[in-house]
Design a protein around this ligand. Structure first.
Ligand code: SAM
Length: 278
């Protein structure tokens, strides 16, 4: 799928009207886009640059862009709740997902995080996405394939329970592991067994009890660094002269992120010194 250049047949195009409403279509020969604001022939769009304006038969203007990955993630069909872009951005940087990395994720869910990981590691890397539910895996596969145009060769979506995965299944330990599932604390030993020394493990959990169970589980295993936990809050602003202010609405809570690194075998983590309580 091309990411730039003039529009071609097969491209997914986002049309935005004067009221900032979005419409998405895939350019096909001989097909017309119909709306209450008039008709646009797909052939009118082919050959135009992104950021151009096309005018319908009723004189309405539509701005034309290709879907960004974030547009795709937020509009694609979902089997399970997706990781939102503000959190996947944190996972990419804090999780140190590098070009060429071998990354394991579970569960694949709707494939939103898979897409982000796949773009970051590139064809030199590999992403293994385990999903326990067949219907969810199908959503993930369809969404990823729709975004990339075909199944990336560096992706292994697999139906299965993370708890059953062995190093042999992955052709060796992986560099990074990211979990987004209901009970990640049940799989910390699996994470330990599949991650290289120094490898980064991140998990995404929605509630405080989940957060506590993962943190305690990691500390008990004594083969990870002292875990960090945080959440990110993104507040958009309306910037219009004297009306400039934060937006009234925001996604106040999505999930907490937990981060740690795998110690080398046989190493005991240095004791964390906390201040004595008065
Ligand atoms: C919230 S969804 C993941 C969403 C995904 N990160 C995304 O961005 O689209 C959680 C998924 O974990 C799957 N799951 C739960 N336990 C699992 C396990 N033990 N092994 C593999 N997948 C599991 C569930 O079936 C569900 O689809």
């Amino acid at each position: 799928m091309p990411y730039s250049g003039p529009f071609q047949y097969g491209d997914r195009v986002q049309l935005t009207d004067a009221k900032r409403r979005h419409y998405t279509l895939v350019l096909e020969e001989g097909v017309k886009f119909h709306s209450h604001r008039g008709i646009i022939e797909h052939s009118q769009i082919v050959g135009m640059d992104e950021g151009s304006v096309v005018t319908s038969t009723l004189g309405s203007d539509f701005l034309l862009f290709r879907h960004l990955m974030v547009d795709h993630v937020l509009s694609m069909p979902r089997g399970a709740a997706v990781i939102y872009p503000k959190d996947s951005a944190q996972i990419l940087v804090e999780g140190d997902i590098f070009m060429g990395a071998r990354v394991l994720e579970a569960g694949a869910g709707s494939g939103a995080l898979s897409m982000t990981l796949l773009r970051a590691v590139g064809p030199e890397g590999h992403v293994f996405s385990y999903e326990i539910r067949e219907d969810h895996l199908e959503f993930a596969e369809n969404n990823v394939e729709e975004y990339f145009g075909s199944k990336p060769e560096w992706w292994s979506p697999r139906l299965g329970d993370l708890g059953d995965v062995t190093v042999d299944d992955l052709g060796g330990p992986v560099d990074r592991i990211v979990l987004d599932m209901l009970e990640p604390w049940e799989h910390l030993e699996t994470v330990r067994d599949l991650l290289i020394p120094g490898g980064v493990f991140m998990t995404y959990v929605a509630t405080v009890p989940q957060l506590m169970k993962v943190m305690e589980g990691l500390r008990e295993l004594k083969c990870f660094t002292e875990p960090r936990a945080w959440e990110s809050l993104v507040r958009e602003w309306k910037v219009e002269g004297l009306a400039t202010r934060p937006e009234h609405r925001m996604n106040a809570h999505t999930a907490f992120l937990i981060w740690t690194r795998r110690l080398a075998d046989g190493v005991t983590p240095p004791a964390v010194k906390r201040r004595a309580r008065r």
